[in-house]
Every structure is written in structure tokens, then in C-alpha cells.
Design a protein around this ligand. Structure first.
Ligand code: NAD
Length: 472
């Protein structure tokens, strides 16, 4: 069993203020496979003070110097790709191949992209007699969730460090080991002490202590809308800057003339990805009423190809959910859907056959769904799809926008320009047009209750910059 009994503060692995450990559970077999140290609020104070002390000199280093460290961190991730992918497949349940591609590939790309991004960010500008300077915000508290754990860490740590900020990271309790592995890499590349610090522990204690700490200038949070609200309210007491990446309930809009087979394949992939534990999961499929029956049949047939099972089995397309709590929550939503009058096309709340250990749920598709039902309005965070019919394009756009969230979505149409016109009317931070691929340099973030601020690429760095005008 892997034991990580130290946390990373001021450039060293140190014993935390409490001897309590947190169990890390293998989502595929429900066994404890690792134990990690749990920090205390005194550890938060130490980490924040180390980050404060490091800020002055780190923020004055050249962009070139910071980029070199970030490139070396990228190399460290590449060298450990298989180990990190293995750990995340155990922690989260992501099928191993997808873990390599997404759970490790994406954070690696983010660190690697910083060299290019550094050239794109305008750290200086001139307006009339003024010199405009973009300067590091200061000490950043990064608080991250478990679903794409290292990606969400990289999306904060890489741009914050490039901007000249120093960081205190608190990873999710359910998937913390990858964060310890990143700290190993950061230690090896010799980042100056205090520039990056890792304190592990429960959000209500460690996370809140970070948000309240007077030494923190900005909180960059990814997680649920509920916790985002709390953090926003707490941070407002000290007018701290906050970036929030929150939940979603995205719609795949399939217009009448779309290529049905591509649209269904694309939509299902984006619904079942990571067992639906994806903030940009496309969990509502909006289809023209004339195509409803055909879509139901095709979706049922294609869902049958999403084999559920052990994340380390090469045949598996849908692994377990992250925890017993998450599995029970998703099953509860399937029951809620049935009690609301929606009809199950395939799947259901009972265990997938032969999988009695591990947090497995059957990919489940509902039809007869009205967009006002709870299964269409609330984020389930599991492999559950709602098919919703529309009679006109205007109605499709209205339904897509009838959501408290505004994170993502997709539009499929026979003509790309037509799809773009529809995509412009969808009130979300990103929209896939006819299956356009995820772009790790394009700004990522939400409208409405999906949060504010943007991550990734040059916009992601700008979130960590203050703007100063010198009048000359
Ligand atoms: P969560 O909100 O429960 O926890 C996220 C992090 O916040 C964890 O590290 C947790 O310990 C910490 N936390 C919890 N309570 C806290 C508090 N009171 N103060 C400070 N920190 C606290 O979310 P989760 O269950 O880990 O992740 C799932 C959620 O994250 C989903 O809603 C999902 O949509 C969202 N998410 C959003 C994005 C995005 O980019 N928009 C990406 C991934 C996940």
C-alpha cells in the first residue's frame, strides 16, 4: 500500500500538524490502496506564509526562467505518464487508455503549452501616454475536484506560475495521490522553495482556511456550484479575487438535417466520458420530434457498445464511479427520473451484471423527458442521458438555454455555418460545432451558475494578472 505521510511546504516534504491519514479507495474494487497525510489549519498558515515569502522574488523572475521550470515539470509528467495514469484509473475509475490520453495527456499539454502561451500574453501595452503593465495577482489558493484531478491542478498551477504568482494547492480528498506525484516532480525540478505548496485535507477545514487566510490574494476554484457559492461569499469579505469553474448540464442540439450517426456518436461519447463525471458532459440530447424514435433506437444500440467494467480491462469503455456516495447519488437520480414520468430506453438503477464490487452504474438513457424535470435541470455527474424532443430550431435553442448552468454544449447541423449561427445563440462558455475537437489552448469556463473566469491558454494566464497603468 502506498503511504504518503508528508505534505509539501516551502520546498520540503514535512510532517503535518496532525497524524490523521486519509484513506484513498480504489473505485474498481472498493479496497483502500493508499493513505495520504491530512494537513491542519496551522499547515495552511505555514504554506501561505511560505508562498508569501517566495512571491516577491518569484514574481520578479523573467518569463523565460519561469517557462523553463514549467517545461521541466512537463518532462517530469511525461516520464511518469504510466504511473500517474494507473493511480488516476484507481482513484477515479477512468478506463486506463483514456487516463493516459486525458488524465495525463491534458495536464502534460497544459504545462507544455506555457512556452507558446508566454509569447501570446501581452505583459505590456501602451495606450496614449500610459504604459500598461500586467503583474502577478499574488498568492493563489488553488482548490480542485477529483474528476480530472491533475488536469484541473495543471489548469491552475501552470498559468499561475507563468504569471509570477505563488501557489498553495489543496487537491480533492478522493483523488489526491496524483497531486503528491506532481509535488515530487516540482521538487525534482528545483522550483524555488515556497513557490508551490501542497496541503491536503477536507474542504470544509483546509479549503475554508485557505479562502479565509489574509495571506491569500486570489482563490481559483473548480468544483460544485454549491461550494463555489460559499467560497465566493467568504472571499467577498476581503474582496479577494475569485475564479470559479463550476457544474454543468450541457445540451447536444441535433438539428433536423444533421448527420444523425455522427451526432449520436459524438453526443454519447461526451455524455459517457469518465462515466459521466465530466463538467462538460452532454447529458441532454435535443432532437427534432420527427427523428425521436430513430434516435431512441440508435442511442440504445450504441449505448450497448459502452462496455462497463474494470478500468484496466482493455474492453472497458465505462469504468466505475469515483465513490459509493457518487454511485448512490446517480442511482437515486435514475429513480427520480422514473418517478417524474420519464421512460428508460436502456440501463436502470440496478447493478450492472457481474459487477458486485466497485462503484458501477449502468449507462442509462431516458426519453419522454420534459426539460423542467429534475433529471434535465440538475447535474447528475454520472452516465445518464435525457433525450428531449423539439419542434423548431427556436424551441431547441430555448430548451438548451433553459438551464441554471452555462458551461458547454454541441450543435450538429447539415451546414457548418448554420450550426455556427445556432451555437452563437447558446449561452455557454464553449460549444462544439459538428463535433469540433476540444482545444487545450482555447479559453474554458462558464456562463451563469457554471462560474466565471477562464482557464487554459493565454486567457487562463490573464486570470492571474493584475493590470497597472503608469502615466508617462
Ligand atoms: P466539490 O465542490 O465538492 O469539491 C471541490 C473541491 O472543493 C474539493 O477539493 C473539496 O475538498 C473543496 N471544498 C469542499 N468544500 C469546501 C469549502 N467549504 N471551502 C473550500 N473548499 C471546499 O466538488 P467535487 O465533488 O470534488 O467535484 C465535482 C463538481 O465539480 C461537479 O459539480 C463538477 O461539475 C464540477 N467541476 C467543474 C469543472 C469546470 O471546469 N467547470 C471541472 C470539473 C468539475
Amino acid at each position: 500500500m502506498e503511504i504518503r505521510d508528508k505534505i509539501y511546504i516551502d520546498g520540503s516534504w514535512v510532517t503535518p500538524g496532525t497524524s490523521e491519514m486519509i484513506d484513498v479507495i480504489n473505485s474498481g474494487d472498493e479496497e483502500v490502496f493508499a493513505k495520504v497525510a491530512r494537513g491542519s489549519s496551522q499547515d495552511v498558515d505555514k504554506a501561505v506564509s511560505a508562498a508569501r515569502n517566495a512571491f516577491e522574488s518569484w514574481s520578479r523572475t523573467s518569463i523565460d526562467e519561469r517557462t523553463k521550470y514549467l517545461s521541466r515539470i512537463n518532462e517530469g509528467i511525461v516520464a511518469r505518464m504510466m504511473d500517474i495514469a494507473t493511480v488516476i484509473s484507481k482513484e477515479v475509475g477512468t478506463p486506463f487508455m483514456l487516463s493516459q490520453l486525458i488524465q495525463v495527456g491534458l495536464p502534460q499539454t497544459t504545462f507544455a503549452s506555457m512556452e507558446q502561451v508566454a509569447k501570446e500574453v501581452e505583459f505590456e501595452d501602451h495606450i496614449g501616454n500610459s504604459l500598461i503593465l500586467k503583474e502577478a495577482v499574488g498568492v493563489v489558493a488553488a482548490i480542485t475536484p477529483w474528476n480530472y484531478p491533475l488536469h484541473q491542478i495543471a489548469a491552475k498551477v501552470a498559468p499561475a506560475l507563468l504569471a509570477g504568482c505563488t501557489v498553495v494547492l489543496k487537491p480533492a480528498e478522493l483523488a489526491p495521490i496524483n497531486a503528491f506525484m506532481l509535488a515530487d516532480i516540482i521538487d525534482e525540478v528545483g522550483l524555488p522553495p515556497g513557490v508551490f505548496n501542497l496541503v491536503n485535507g477536507p474542504g470544509t477545514e483546509i479549503g475554508e482556511a485557505m479562502v479565509k487566510s489574509p495571506g491569500i490574494d486570489m482563490i481559483s476554484f473548480t468544483g460544485s456550484t454549491e461550494v463555489g457559492k460559499k467560497i465566493g461569499a467568504l472571499a467577498a469579505q476581503d474582496i479577494k479575487r475569485v475564479a470559479l469553474e463550476l457544474g454543468g448540464k450541457s445540451a447536444t442540439v441535433i438539428l433536423e438535417d444533421a448527420n444523425l450517426s455522427s451526432a449520436i456518436s459524438g453526443g454519447l461519447f461526451m455524455c459517457y466520458l469518465n462515466s459521466g463525471q465530466t463538467c462538460i458532459a452532454q447529458t441532454r440530447m435535443l432532437v427534432h420530434r420527427s427523428k425521436l424514435q430513430e434516435v431512441e433506437e440508435r442511442v440504445a444500440a450504441e449505448t450497448a457498445t459502452y462496455t462497463v467494467g474494470d478500468p484496466f480491462d482493455a474492453m472497458t469503455r465505462v469504468g466505475p464511479l469515483v465513490s459509493a456516495k457518487q454511485r448512490d447519488r446517480v442511482k437515486e437520480y435514475i429513480k427520480i427520473g422514473e418517478s417524474e414520468g420519464a421512460k428508460i430506453v436502456t440501463g436502470g438503477a440496478e447493478n450492472p451484471e457481474g459487477l458486485d464490487k466497485g462503484f458501477y452504474v449502468k449507462p442509462t438513457v431516458f426519453t419522454n423527458v420534459n426539460n423542467s424535470m429534475r433529471i434535465a435541470q440538475e447535474e447528475i455527474f454520472g452516465p445518464v442521458l435525457s433525450i428531449i424532443p423539439f419542434d423548431s430550431e427556436e424551441e431547441a435553442i430555448k430548451i438548451a438555454n433553459d438551464s441554471p448552468y452555462g458551461l458547454s454544449g454541441a450543435v450538429w447541423a447539415g451546414d457548418k455555418d448554420h450550426a455556427i449561427e445556432v451555437a452563437k445563440q447558446i449561452r455557454t462558455g464553449q460549444v462544439e460545432v459538428n463535433g469540433g475537437a476540444f482545444n487545450a489552448l482555447a479559453p474554458f469556463g462558464g456562463y451563469k451558475k457554471s462560474g466565471h473566469g477562464r482557464e487554459l491558454g493565454k486567457y487562463g494566464v490573464e486570470d492571474f494578472l493584475e493590470i497597472k497603468s503608469l502615466q508617462l
